[in-house]
Design a protein around this ligand. Structure first.
Ligand SMILES: [Zn+2]
Length: 125
């Protein structure tokens, strides 16, 4: 072999490395993003559990349920010193179901949200 060939990789070696890296990325990246999405959903359900617990404590303390919008309990630092968290998945505010007085919360896609809003807009206006 001449001196020139000992320096660095050949084109074929480089191609093999690029292909291997591509295969590794294709395997690893979807898992990492799926885990991040899953972690946000877990954090959301923990938020819902915390809010439901505080709503029940408010009922025991005050003898009435907080507003469905959670504005009253959310503004009270005795219950939420740092304010009520928002959904880490969608960024939406949590709301109470007016019948059950528990957090009513779903993860819907932006398209589904838009579709639902278009459906109910004529009813509301
Ligand atoms: Zn959520």
């Amino acid at each position: 072999m001449s001196h020139g060939h000992r320096n660095g990789f050949t084109l074929l070696e480089l191609l093999i490395v690029v292909v291997i890296l591509g295969v590794l990325a294709a395997i690893i990246i979807p898992r990492v993003t799926a885990n991040a999405a899953e972690a946000k959903k877990v954090a959301c359900s923990q938020n819902v559990g915390l809010i439901n617990g505080m709503v029940e404590k408010w009922y025991v303390d005050k003898g009435k349920w907080p507003l469905d919008s959670l504005e009253d309990i959310g503004a009270d630092p005795a219950y939420f010193p740092k304010g009520i968290p928002k959904c880490p998945v969608t960024g939406a505010k949590y709301m109470l179901n007016s019948v059950t007085h528990r957090v009513s919360h779903l993860h819907v896609s932006a398209e589904a949200q838009g579709f639902i809003e278009r459906l109910i807009a004529p009813i509301l206006h």
